[in-house]
Design a protein around this ligand. Structure first.
Ligand SMILES: [Zn+2]
Ligand SMILES: [Zn+2]
Length: 313
C-alpha cells in the first residue's frame, strides 16, 4: 500500500483536450465492427448527405415539430420537379428520414446529424479570457476561462494548470451571457464526466477501458479510453465521486449541493484524501476519505471506478 498523502479528490483536470494523437496500432486495435478506418457504411452515409437538396430536406424536417406531407415538404424545400424530389427523398429514407401515416420525419440519426451541424455553427467562435472570482484550487492563483473554436479551458494564470479543458461545439455559447460562461462550462463538463464515469464514450457512446494512476493529471488520474473510436479522456479519479449517491447525500447533509459548486471549487469545499490500494486481494483499488465538519465518509472504488463500499464515521 502506498499513501499518496493529501490530494484533493475533486479536482477535475479533464477530460483534457481529448488526445488526438492516436497511433496507427491504436486504430488497428480498436474494437470496430468494420475494422480500422471509415467503414463502407460510414462512407455511404456521408455521400448521401453530400447534396444540397437532401440537406435542405433534413433542415426543413428539423425545423418542424410535426411530420410533413410529401407535397408540403417539397414546397418547403422549393423543388418543382416532383420526380426529382422523390428521388432525393428516397435516398434519405430509412437512414435519416422515416415515413409515418402522418408524413415524413427525421429518424434519430437524422436528428443527431442536424443537431451536430447546428451545435457547430455559430458566428462567435472565440471568446476572450473571462476572469473567475474563485482562486485556483492548486495555488490560489487567478483563474480564467477561454473558448476557442471548438473547446474551452479554465486555466490558472500562476501555476498554468488547466483545471478544466473540454471540447464543446460553439452551440454551447448560444443564448448565454459572457459572465455565465465559466459556470456553463463547468455544468457541461459535469454532464460529460457523468457519461464517462458511467462507461460511455461521449463522442460515439462506445464502451471505455480505464487505466488508473496516469501521470497526466495531479493526484490519482484515470484515463478512459474508448474501445470503439480510440479517443482518450483523462480526469482526476475524484471527479467520478460526484456520481456517487452516498457522496452527494453526505455533502447535502452538510449543506453542500454538489451541483451548485463549480468543478474548480470542489476542492475547496471538500477536504479529501485519496490513496491507491496496491493489494491484489482487495477488491478496491482506490480509497477516498472525505471530511466535512467532523464527519468522515470513506469511499472505496474498484479499478473501474465503481463503488465497492462506503463507510461513515
Ligand atoms: Zn494555480
Ligand atoms: Zn468513442
Amino acid at each position: 500500500m502506498s499513501n499518496r498523502g493529501v490530494i484533493s479528490a475533486f479536482r477535475c483536470v479533464g477530460p483534457e483536450r481529448f488526445v488526438r494523437e492516436r497511433s496507427r496500432e491504436d486504430m488497428d486495435d480498436r474494437e470496430s465492427p468494420g475494422g480500422p478506418g471509415p467503414t463502407p457504411d460510414v462512407e455511404e452515409a456521408f455521400s448521401l448527405l453530400a447534396d444540397e437538396t437532401r440537406l435542405s430536406i433534413l433542415q426543413e424536417l428539423y425545423a418542424e415539430d410535426d411530420p410533413l406531407s410529401f407535397s408540403r415538404l417539397r414546397e418547403r424545400v422549393g423543388m418543382r420537379d416532383s420526380g426529382q424530389f422523390n428521388y432525393h427523398l428516397g435516398k434519405l429514407k430509412g437512414r435519416f428520414v422515416t415515413q409515418t401515416d402522418d408524413g415524413y420525419e427525421l429518424t434519430m440519426s437524422g436528428l443527431r446529424v442536424l443537431g451536430a451541424v447546428y451545435a457547430g455553427s455559430y458566428d462567435e467562435v472565440t471568446i476572450d479570457p473571462i476572469p473567475i472570482d474563485d482562486p485556483c484550487p492548486l495555488c490560489e492563483g487567478p483563474l480564467s476561462a477561454v473558448y476557442d473554436r471548438d473547446h474551452f479551458e479554465i486555466t490558472c494564470g500562476d501555476c498554468e494548470t488547466q483545471i478544466l479543458a473540454n471540447p464543446a461545439p460553439p452551440g454551447i455559447l448560444r443564448g448565454r451571457e459572457r459572465e455565465e460562461l465559466p459556470t456553463i462550462f463547468s455544468r457541461y463538463t459535469r454532464h460529460v464526466l457523468a457519461q464517462i464515469t458511467d462507461g460511455f464514450c461521449p463522442f460515439c457512446l462506445g464502451p471505455t477501458d480505464i487505466e488508473l494512476d496516469v501521470e497526466k493529471v495531479p493526484g490519482i488520474g484515470a484515463t478512459h479510453r474508448c474501445r470503439h473510436c480510440g479517443v482518450e479522456m483523462t480526469m482526476a479519479t475524484g471527479a467520478s465521486l460526484l456520481q456517487v449517491s452516498e457522496v452527494v447525500a453526505f455533502a447535502l447533509e452538510h449543506g453542500i449541493d454538489v451541483r451548485e459548486v463549480p468543478l474548480w471549487s470542489q476542492n475547496a469545499v471538500f477536504g479529501a484524501d485519496e490513496r491507491l490500494i496496491e493489494d491484489e486481494d482487495d477488491p478496491a483499488a482506490i480509497e477516498v476519505e472525505i471530511t466535512l465538519d467532523d464527519d468522515t465518509l470513506l469511499v472505496r472504488l474498484d479499478d473501474a471506478l465503481q463503488v465497492v463500499e462506503t463507510t461513515r464515521s
